[in-house]
Design a protein around this ligand. Structure first.
Ligand SMILES: [Fe+2]
Length: 378
């Protein structure tokens, strides 16, 4: 798997991520073979980069399976977009439609539970909040399910994930997409979305509005009391808000915004576990990354055994995938590539680093073969 600039895309490459247009409809779903027409349209839409399953069209692979049905995801993006529009014009929204979406998302996540999270989709700026809300709902449901929450609890958590950023309805669009640093005033306004969301959701009818309001109001609180808006600590933060906080940061770091690039899962893992100590519940974070591929299938890496490509990632072993070693450490192809399960190896058989995309293009030039070819079934 490699992320290429749209100028490097070629006919026959297979997409490894979906692209959503402004209306929340998918323009391309993951697994689509590219054509010249698609590539031209992507460039016109301003999509600068896209992940494909291989560099060479001859080595194209199917993408790893997702954790939710793409049609359900698309439908949910449209529903949450409609809720935002309704709130802007009528100050209320169709909660029933969102509850139906939450149900469909929950069914789909539970149905596809055996799959790991592999790669985020790409959203156009205009639809970022909607696609992000749906992704947070999906990732929260996944984590809630790993915590063995009951179906009714999961339903509420999914709905809370969909609505966690509803307070952004009152934040100017220009500010939401502002490239570059925010002034102190803008920063304060942006941060107010949590409290706005809490207040908006408290006005809804129904027995569970307090929990939905807590999720929206507390999803930026950190366990150590350094979050916002109320600097709540530990157990004072609702357990569902602690789940949504992890899903929110994971998705935000994984996606490209006007002011930041997207980070690879291994970098997101590093940031969330090493550079964010005290922010998240360590048990929840560990469970979350048990089910998120830190090195997705197709990642090329340098290890103490030589160069390998990730062949399989399993639940609970996401730091130690099964890889196919295809070249020596000095980049000479081995006559017979072989599989190694890093979880079964001594601790000194380690991953040195995952090869980044620019490095991979040069590496392929040097060795003369696209490593994705080694993932093809023998
Ligand atoms: Fe937020």
């Amino acid at each position: 798997m490699i992320r290429l600039s749209s100028k490097q895309l070629r006919d026959g490459m297979v997409t490894a991520q979906s692209v959503f247009n402004q209306k929340g409809a998918s323009f391309i779903t993951s697994g689509t073979p590219l054509t010249e027409r698609y590539i031209h349209r992507l460039q016109k839409m301003g999509i600068s980069h896209l992940a494909v399953t291989s560099l060479s069209p001859d080595a194209a692979l199917p993408p790893p399976p997702g954790i939710v049905d793409e049609r359900v995801r698309e439908q949910s993006i449209r529903t949450i977009a409609t809720a935002f529009t309704q709130l802007e014009s009528q100050s209320s929204f169709d909660l029933g439609a969102l509850q139906n979406s939450a149900n469909d998302l929950l069914d789909s996540v539970l149905h596809m539970q055996s799959n790991l999270v592999q790669l985020s989709d790409i959203r156009m700026h205009d639809s970022y909040t909607f696609a992000h809300s749906v992704n947070v709902a999906i990732l929260s449901t996944m984590l809630g399910s790993l915590c063995h929450l009951h179906r009714d609890e999961l339903k509420l958590l999914t709905l809370g994930g969909l609505l966690h950023d509803i307070g952004k309805v009152d934040i100017p669009y220009k500010l939401l997409n502002k490239p570059g640093a925010l002034t102190d005033e803008e920063f304060a306004l942006m941060r107010s979305h949590a409290e706005i969301g809490r207040k908006r959701l408290l006005q809804l009818p129904g027995p569970n509005t307090a929990i939905l309001a807590n999720i929206a109001g507390q999803h930026h609180e950190f366990l150590d009391g350094r979050g916002y808006p109320r600097r709540l600590k530990g157990d004072a933060i609702h357990p569902y808000a602690r789940i949504v906080a992890i899903a929110d940061v994971y998705d935000a770091l994984s996606s490209k915004r006007s002011y930041k690039k997207s980070y690879k899962p291994s970098v997101v893992h590093q940031i969330m576990t090493k550079n964010s100590v005290g922010h998240f519940s360590p048990e929840l974070l560990e469970l979350f990354f048990d089910n998120v591929a830190i090195y997705p299938v197709g990642t090329v890496m340098l290890t103490s055994l030589g160069y390998g490509i990730v062949k399989k990632v399993s639940f609970g072993k996401t730091l130690t995938p099964v890889i196919t070693i295809f070249a020596t450490k000095d980049a000479k192809l081995v006559p017979k590539p072989f599989n190694v399960d890093l979880s079964q190896c001594p601790a000194d058989n380690t991953i040195h680093h995952a090869i980044d995309d620019t490095e991979l293009i040069n590496f392929v030039r040097v060795i003369g073969v696209d490593p994705a070819i080694f993932l093809r079934e023998e």
